[in-house]
Design a protein around this ligand. Structure first.
Ligand code: TXA
Ligand code: MG
Length: 374
């Protein structure tokens, strides 16, 4: 085990102020020397190493316990950082950079030779992102190299949205953790493949298809995102893995409307399981918390956690991974969760939740017509 130093950086400092901090200089030096530093971004925490150093990338895979055919995203601080590592920037990518960078958008380009295959998981393309977090940008500048950074979780755990989550997974495995508070957005960046035309979304995120289409016209979506039964393989290698599976089986309960009927079905399912002596988790929205509390009041073995207001998808994205991590600590036997409309930011939320549930979904309307509870 190595000693991991955990260092706070003040989110309110300007980029310039951050750049002059000793801890940022030190973190940059660690990366330049081939070591690993976890750092905050606006999406989730990243586990950073020198993207141009094959040994550093290998260390990232090892620290995460991640299969090495799953490529890393290179994080840059300015346009020159992209020019240095990609063969060409198509005009549509240029427009997206202007509209969304720095920000939660990752784009795939043909890579230059300087980027080692270890970083790209053997691919001739490289994923690039300019994060919108002053601490992240200051770190990239201090390192003087593009920073390869997957989410800073052990493989198979939810992405970390706080420095505490990173500590839980990686303490003793990396040199440093920069603690910049809780990550704003809470789900990973949107990934768009710019090597094809029309460009294609490989992973949904905060930047939606609609937002992209406003800037560059037609944008495709990898069919495996919108159709769980699609025959093709996801184009982003990382989307092929089950990714995160909660310790307890997770069931999503959906309805065609505002969640009311799903909440009712969850109350019944949770009550039944709790009556059988199981420890049950409920992931619910603020709108229905009271209903869950009342209907399961007789069962101390039901644990209810709020994921935010249904009317506020940004809050739900922000809380999602934290709530899933909390349930892993609660040692519940099963979890029921409300589901959300799969549009705009909801597409990213449902993409992560469905994966966590292994696509185990109950339709509330069907539940009430099929079951004996008439
Ligand atoms: O928001 C984010 O993107 C965060 C923060 C830290 O920036 N990073 C992140 O990295 O989510 P990671 O490694 O957890 O996810 C990277 C995804 C994987 O699904 C990977 O397969 C895909 O990007 N990817 C990377 N390079 C690719 C390439 N050349 N072609 C296709 N997919 C690629
Ligand atoms: Mg990840």
């Amino acid at each position: 085990m190595m000693k991991t130093s955990v260092c706070k950086i003040d989110e309110k400092l300007s980029g310039e102020e951050l750049s002059s901090l000793d801890v940022i200089r030190e973190a940059g030096a660690i990366i330049r020397a081939g070591g690993l530093v976890a750092f905050p971004t606006e999406t989730v925490y990243g586990l950073g190493g020198n993207a141009l150093d094959a040994d550093a990338s290998a260390k990232i895979y090892a620290a995460k316990g991640r299969p090495s055919d799953n490529p890393l995203i290179a994080h840059v601080a300015d346009e020159q950082g992209v020019i240095d590592i990609v063969k060409e920037i198509p005009p549509k990518a240029e427009r997206c950079m202007e509209a969304f960078w720095p920000g939660p958008l990752t784009m795939i380009f043909e890579k230059k030779e300087i980027v080692p295959y270890t970083t790209t998981g053997g691919l001739d393309t490289v994923a690039v992102r300019m994060p919108a977090h002053q601490g992240a940008l200051a770190l990239i500048r201090a390192a003087g190299v593009p920073i390869a950074a997957p989410s800073a979780n052990r493989s198979g755990r939810p992405s970390p949205t706080t420095a505490k989550h990173v500590e839980d997974d990686l303490l003793g495995a990396i040199e440093m953790i920069l603690d910049g508070g809780s990550a704003d957005i809470g789900v990973e960046s949107t990934i768009v493949d710019m090597t094809c035309d029309p460009p294609m979304i490989l992973r949904p995120g905060y930047i939606t298809q609609e937002m992209l289409q406003e800037v560059i016209g037609e944008v495709d979506v990898d069919p495996t995102i919108t159709d769980a039964n699609a025959k093709s393989r996801p184009k982003a290698p990382g989307m092929r893995y089950r990714h995160y599976a909660p310790k307890a089986p997770l069931t999503l309960v959906e309805d065609a409307e505002d969640g009311q009927m799903a909440a009712k079905a969850i109350c019944i399912c949770a009550g039944e399981a709790a009556g059988n002596g199981e420890r049950v988790g409920i992931i619910g929205t603020e709108e229905y918390l009271e209903q869950y509390r009342e209907s399961t009041a007789a069962f101390p073995n039901v644990i209810i956690k709020s994921i935010g207001r249904r009317s506020d998808p940004e809050a739900i994205a922000h809380n999602l991974y934290g709530v899933l991590r909390e349930f892993d600590d609660e040692e519940v036997d099963r979890i029921f969760s409300e589901s959300f409309e799969s549009n705009h930011l909801g597409r990213a939320i449902m993409n992560r939740l469905s994966k966590a549930a292994g696509h185990q979904v109950i339709c509330a309307e069907k539940f009430f017509t099929d079951s004996v509870r008439k």
